[in-house]
Design a protein around this ligand. Structure first.
Ligand SMILES: *Cc1c(COP(=O)(O)O)cnc(C)c1O
Length: 243
């Protein structure tokens, strides 16, 4: 956890990010209204999350199960939706399925089956995105691009899952040009998947890509959902992804 950020600070940052989003959308000939700002709230306090929602944030993205559980207990997300955007282990799906509006980070059939099983158990339809490891990084979560169609077809066979699209996180070290190419490839994968799913295609309408350092570029590349942390809440102390 880090110190609570004031409503005033967050509201000013939300306004600035929304303006940048708007300009990027218009520059690309897109309607700004079709792009959702997801606040990436990892390490933030419940009070900071409440301030963000007061400042107009409508979707919060959580990375870690432990933080999600704490904020749910605090009722911190009241008035907003919650997306799970971090790496999810199968033994923790019970803390997430049915508790969040969307899980953006499904990256294997094994995990998908665990989520389906839990969704059936608690009687919900869980919205999901498939996370694609677009930079083919060995250290990173996400499915390989060649696995995406198979996973998507499998998702359509799961009665308690609703597949909505794709999410990607390009390598942290990518240059602007590399990022542009990664976003284009992910967009193409998204369009191909939608087309190949035929009757299930119309549900596919979410492409989650873009973070503080690259969201204008991601919007140019067709993103419908940007996940922004630092630009809303300031720099985070170093953290450990599996902590
Ligand atoms: C932390 C995080 C973000 C936001 O990163 P910033 O660079 O701080 O905007 C987006 N997506 C995921 C999956 C994250 O873990």
């Amino acid at each position: 956890m880090t110190e609570t950020k004031s409503y005033e600070t967050i509201a000013a940052n939300v306004a600035a990010v929304r303006e940048t989003m708007c300009k990027a959308a218009q520059g690309a000939g897109r309607d700004p209204a079709e792009i959702t700002l997801v606040a990436a709230t990892k390490v933030q306090t419940s009070e900071t999350i409440r301030n963000a929602i007061r400042a107009g944030i409508t979707v919060c993205g959580e990375n870690r199960v432990q933080e999600l559980v704490g904020h749910l207990e605090d009722n911190a997300y009241e008035g907003a939706k919650v997306h799970f955007i971090g790496h999810l282990q199968t033994n923790k799906v019970k803390f997430v399925v049915g508790k969040v509006d969307m899980i953006e980070s499904i990256d294997s059939q094994h995990l998908m089956d665990a989520v389906e099983k839990q969704a059936a158990k608690v009687g919900v339809t869980q919205e999901i995105l498939l996370e694609v490891n677009i930079g083919d990084e060995a250290s990173k979560g996400g499915a390989g691009r060649e696995e995406i169609l198979t996973l998507a077809q499998h998702a359509c066979q799961c009665p308690h899952l609703r597949l909505r699209g794709l999410m990607c996180i390009p390598p942290a070290t990518a240059t602007e040009e590399e990022n542009r190419a990664f976003f284009q490839e992910t967009y193409q994968l998204f369009v191909d998947m939608k087309e190949k799913l035929g009757d299930n295609g119309p549900n596919i309408d979410c492409l989650s890509m873009g973070m503080s350092g690259d969201y204008p570029l991601a919007i140019e590349g067709g993103s419908t959902m940007v996940r922004v942390g630092t630009a809303l809440f300031g720099a985070r102390p170093p953290w450990h992804p599996h902590g």
